[in-house]
Design a protein around this ligand. Structure first.
Ligand code: HEC
Ligand code: HEC
Length: 214
């Protein structure tokens, strides 16, 4: 009997620690906002018309926000508001939300499961190799060293490395091109500009396809 109870106890302890790890991941993703309040506030905001009610985009050009780090979402909205990042649509949309709502809306999006990805690009060997190993000859760092092995993003030393897996293909391609040309330049120390500068147009296309399928 003792052995049985020990087994049950261990199983309980295991699932409790698995849960704690999950909670920890979620609390890191949602930051200080209140997801329930965010869901409510979103009902009277324009965001859902492109990014969807749960953050899974319903517009071809708009990125998914579901499962993204709240702090990253907040940083980007602030960048559109201050002009550190430019996009004709978001330049108009970002000023329609104040910080009190943004913190909660970002927490709500962060609490939702990420989009499953629109295309299967996993079989793309060259892109997979770049993603996993980079190309040191050209100074292209492995994407996974910062964005994580599955592209699900991470936080380290106060820097948020965004979730990119399952993101819309067109959005990923456009952002890589924006980093490459310098049109977008708001990454810490210009890291994404340096990395994208080493990629050919073909690699941008195939990496975007691969990551979208992750
Ligand atoms: C009319 C469509 C539309 C609406 C409404 C809209 N967005 Fe966007 N959003 C976009 C597009 C398009 C982009 C991509 C911009 C780019 O390419 O740089 C974007 C980008 C973003 C990003 C950057 C995501 C990333 O991964 O870097 C965030 C965050 C964001 N929007 C939040 C919001 C919030 C919050 C609202 C509501 C106040 C909102 N958006 C309303 C279309 C929209
Ligand atoms: C040294 C760390 C590092 C490496 C390596 C790296 N990234 Fe990034 N990446 C970042 C950071 C940090 C950001 C967030 C920039 C910001 O805060 O605006 C980012 C942002 C992005 C974005 C924009 C996401 C969005 O939602 O708008 C894309 C796309 C991206 N990276 C793709 C890649 C690809 C593809 C590779 C490999 C070729 C790569 N990254 C390698 C650090 C890195």
């Amino acid at each position: 009997m003792r052995g049985v109870w020990l087994g049950v106890l261990m199983a309980a302890a295991f699932s409790a620690s698995a849960l704690a790890a999950g909670d920890e991941d979620l609390s890191q993703r949602i930051g200080k906002g209140d997801p329930a309040a965010g869901k409510h506030k979103l009902e009277s905001l324009v965001c859902r018309e492109c990014h969807g009610e749960d953050g899974v985009s319903i517009s071809l050009m708009a990125p998914n926000l579901a499962g993204q780090f709240a702090d990253y979402i907040i940083k980007q909205v602030h960048a559109f508001q201050s002009g550190h990042r430019d996009n004709p649509t978001m330049d108009m949309m970002a000023p329609t939300i104040d910080d009190a709502a943004l913190v909660d809306v970002a927490a709500f999006f962060a609490s939702n499961p990420r989009a499953p990805g629109e295309i299967s690009g996993k079989s793309n060997d060259a892109a997979k190799a770049l993603f996993e190993n980079g190309d040191s000859d050209r100074g292209v760092l492995a994407c996974q060293s910062c964005h994580g092995p599955e592209g699900k993003g991470t936080e380290a030393g106060g820097v948020f490395y965004p979730l990119i897996a399952g993101q819309r293909f067109t959005y990923l391609r456009d952002q890589l091109n924006n980093w490459k040309t310098g049109e977008r330049s708001n990454s810490p120390d210009g890291v994404m500009n340096h990395i994208a500068a080493g990629l050919t147009d073909r690699e941008v296309e195939s990496l975007a396809r691969y990551i979208s399928g992750l």
